[in-house]
Design a binder for this molecule. Structure first.
Ligand SMILES: *Cc1c(COP(=O)(O)O)cnc(C)c1O
Length: 459
């Protein structure tokens, strides 16, 4: 108990988890099933087979197996860059003058720069196991595309990445990195798919969107022999893979008998947040841990705090299964001046359910406040945080300052999902004060809500 807590708490290689934790197994109120958009019946493995790899489909539909073993060949992949450090933020605590203890789990130590590699590895592995030769995916800011490029290089699979056009123009170095790993980059919308050609015909100058890139990637996967599609967030199997974050964090804290009081993560599609909180939420559901869970999202894309709980499509082209989730509507477009990532219209189904049941709190922050927090953090902790991750920093600082007021010595754990080396354009606009905050009006949100399908399940 009285062991001095090191600044960086590392697990040994043998302590990397041998199985992922499937939180759904311990949820009494399970998330609603994915629905087939044509029949409105729960989706089956056969329905998903043309789009996803077999191993991934099994995991997506499994809400009863508590621990799912990590295959040996994949364990080798994880060992190349894990365990990731759990850091005691001594310097941030001092800077804030808070009695709180702050810890963060840092997922930015691999070359892709974020937690996304934790799911890219398994998805490339299952593709290889199915005898596939290529995969398609989309990328917005570029972290997922980079992670997938690395994983595909490792397992010898070809990869086509549809990168949101405006992002491919703004982030040439992301593009170069993916190409260096051997990926085939296509700015989206493109003339390589029917859906892309349709969008280009309607608006030749469009900068593209994530929803549109997803539609293109799925179309190509379905039309190509021995090819499937992979997605880096939102779906339940991604959250399962990301549980490695929470399992490692919990093992490291357990080694020092530390129990968190508040657990915080930024939320785009929900994978890093869900992965971090999973094992702790499992304990909370079992009555073994009394902790608060906080999701923080951008005020410009507020799916938790201002969204609707409804069945919606995962993409703008309305081709995916229907997911019961907190959503702004598949047609919602966040303001283009929003630099901080986390631009997805929906939220993972498990997290949406937990939110409905009052087990997760949600907050939003505007981007200038998020960058204020990022700078405060990086100046003392020495890590350049990703804009996405900086949302979590902002929420953690707020909680720590609350402890300063009340004098409570709470234990705060947050997810630092990645580094910001490829986000310097956003930092520049913060530095020269051209960054501004745009919060969608209720009328803006209504436009997005209008795209939520009008099916009996949505009342
Ligand atoms: C992609 C990304 C996110 C958001 O995705 P989630 O699925 O919500 O985790 C957050 N942080 C970083 C660094 C990312 O790359």
């Amino acid at each position: 108990m009285s062991k001095k807590i090191p600044t960086r708490i590392y697990l040994s290689e043998d302590e990397i988890p041998k199985a992922w934790y499937n939180l759904r197994a311990d949820m009494k109120n399970k998330p609603d099933p994915l629905l087939h958009p044509g029949t409105l019946q729960p989706i089956t493995a056969d329905d998903l087979a043309p789009v996803f790899c077999k191993g991934v489909i099994e995991q997506e539909l499994d809400d009863t197996t508590r621990f799912i073993p990590i295959p040996d060949e994949l364990y080798d992949f994880y060992r190349a860059y894990r365990p990731s450090p759990l850091v005691r933020a001594y310097y941030l605590e001092k800077e804030l003058g808070t009695p709180a203890e702050i810890y963060y789990k840092f997922e930015g130590t691999n070359t892709s720069g974020s937690h996304k590699l934790n799911s890219a590895g398994p998805q490339a592995y299952y593709a290889k196991k199915d005898g596939l030769t290529s995969l398609t995916t989309e990328t917005g800011a570029g972290q997922w595309g980079t992670a997938m490029s690395m994983a595909c290089a490792f397992y010898g699979i070809e990869l086509i990445v549809y990168m949101v056009k405006i992002s491919s123009e703004q982030k040439p170095y992301r593009k170069a990195l993916m190409e260096a790993y051997g990926a085939n980059l296509i700015p989206s919308p493109s003339d390589t798919t029917e859906s892309g050609r349709k969008i280009l015909a309607a608006d030749p100058n469009t900068g593209g969107s994530l929803g549109c890139a997803i539609t293109e990637a799925i179309e190509t996967a379905v039309k190509t022999d021995k090819c499937r599609y992979v997605l880096g967030s939102v779906l339940n199997h991604v959250l399962l893979h990301q549980s490695i974050i929470g399992l490692e964090a919990k093992a490291a804290l357990d080694n020092f008998n530390i129990k968190p009081d508040i657990i915080i993560g930024c939320a785009g599609g929900g994978s890093n947040l869900g992965g971090l909180i999973s094992p702790f939420m499992g304990e909370k559901l079992a009555g073994k841990l009394d902790a608060r869970f906080i999701a923080i999202e951008p005020a410009s894309c507020p799916s938790f705090t201002r969204g609707k709980y409804a069945y919606d499509f995962g993409d703008t082209g309305q081709t995916t299964p229907l997911i019961k989730m907190m959503t702004l509507g598949n047609g919602f477009m966040p303001s283009s001046n929003h630099a901080g990532g986390l631009r997805y219209h929906g939220m993972n189904a498990i997290l949406s359910k937990l939110y409905q049941d009052g087990l997760i709190e949600a907050k939003s922050a505007v981007q200038t406040e998020v960058f204020d927090a990022a700078l405060r953090f990086m100046k003392v902790e020495g890590i350049l945080p990703a804009p996405e991750s900086s949302h979590a920093i902002k929420a953690a600082i707020d909680e720590a300052l609350e402890c300063k007021k009340t004098g409570e010595k709470k234990v705060i754990l947050f997810g630092l999902s990645g580094t910001g080396y490829f986000d310097m354009t956003a930092y520049s606009s913060y530095n020269n004060k051209t960054m501004n905050d745009q919060i969608p009006s209720d009328a803006d949100l209504e436009k997005g809500f209008a795209s939520i399908p009008k099916i009996p399940q949505n009342g």
